[in-house]
Design a binder for this molecule. Structure first.
Ligand SMILES: [Zn+2]
Ligand SMILES: [Zn+2]
Length: 275
């Protein structure tokens, strides 16, 4: 794998890494192509009662894009640097999201569901009820399909089973068959709307040590005719760049994929998966 299409820098609330350190590490790993996808979760703190939450995960877009442009020029010939963003999906943001993605010259936009009931499990894991986690996951998948119908002017759906990373035992280690209706609803919408499914290897760093989504779901998407995938390690530090890339090609080849997509100016270019 030579391209990592999901990574964060100090422009994101949850990273302190200067952009240039990410570029240098990617070059030293032998990557030839990276895409920065810093967070913009508008109205992140709307229902989330924590100090500072309202300002969290907001992106100062213009300085961010200028910084990417500088990296592009400085490292031209050594690595391709693309400009992306990871947008938090919420139903009431439809109009704002539509305007935002067209306001700036992004190469690649990831749409991600970080919030359920206005809360991000990564930030407020403890405040989700522990008693009916299977129902939470079911609602999370249903909300994802609903958000896709609401807004789908982006290139890839980020870490589709994100919530499962933060759930306990059985609920977190969910099986596709238990949620087949909800998951199929998401996968069919992706195919219908021409949105890629992201394979997020950042999941290998979580306690479950699985990609997001898990293998069963990747198989199912392929079975339904889905073939548009993007790959990203969701690194927030230089060490996390390309994390898990050593195992993901084999898994994807076994699931029936032969290539993955890299987006430039929102158009996919296809790269072969090789062992
Ligand atoms: Zn995310
Ligand atoms: Zn991310």
């Amino acid at each position: 794998m030579i391209a990592d299409s999901h990574m964060h820098t100090s422009f994101s609330t949850d990273s302190e890494t200067p952009m240039e350190e990410m570029v240098q590490r990617a070059i030293s790993l032998g990557l030839t192509d990276i895409c920065f996808t810093d967070h913009y979760d508008k109205d992140f703190g709307l229902d989330f009662q924590q100090e500072g939450a309202k300002e969290a995960f907001q992106l100062d877009t213009e300085p961010y894009l200028r910084s990417i442009e500088r990296m592009k020029q400085k490292y031209e010939g050594k690595i391709e640097v693309r400009a992306g963003v990871e947008l938090g999906l919420q139903l009431h943001l439809k109009e704002w999201l539509s305007n935002y993605v067209n306001q700036y010259p992004f190469d690649f936009v990831i749409g991600s569901m970080h919030l359920l009931d206005g809360k991000d499990p990564a930030v407020s894991g403890g405040s989700f009820p522990r008693d009916n986690q299977k129902e939470l996951l079911r609602r999370y998948f249903a909300a994802t399909a609903e958000n896709l119908d609401n807004f789908h002017d982006f290139q890839s759906l980020g870490h589709m089973d994100y919530l499962s990373r933060y759930l306990d035992g059985e609920a977190g280690a969910y099986s596709y068959s238990e949620y087949s209706a909800e998951i199929d609803a998401i996968l069919k919408r992706l195919i219908y709307y021409g949105v890629a499914l992201e394979v997020n290897t950042g999941g290998y760093r979580s306690r479950r040590a699985l990609p997001n989504p898990k293998k069963e779901v990747l198989r199912r998407y392929r079975e339904l005719g889905g073939e548009l995938i993007t790959i990203g390690a969701d690194g927030h530090t230089p060490k996390q760049i390309a994390y898990g890339f050593d195992r993901i090609s084999e898994l994807l080849l076994r699931c029936g994929y032969t290539y993955y997509a890299v987006y430039r100016q929102k158009k996919p270019e296809f790269m072969n998966l090789v062992l």
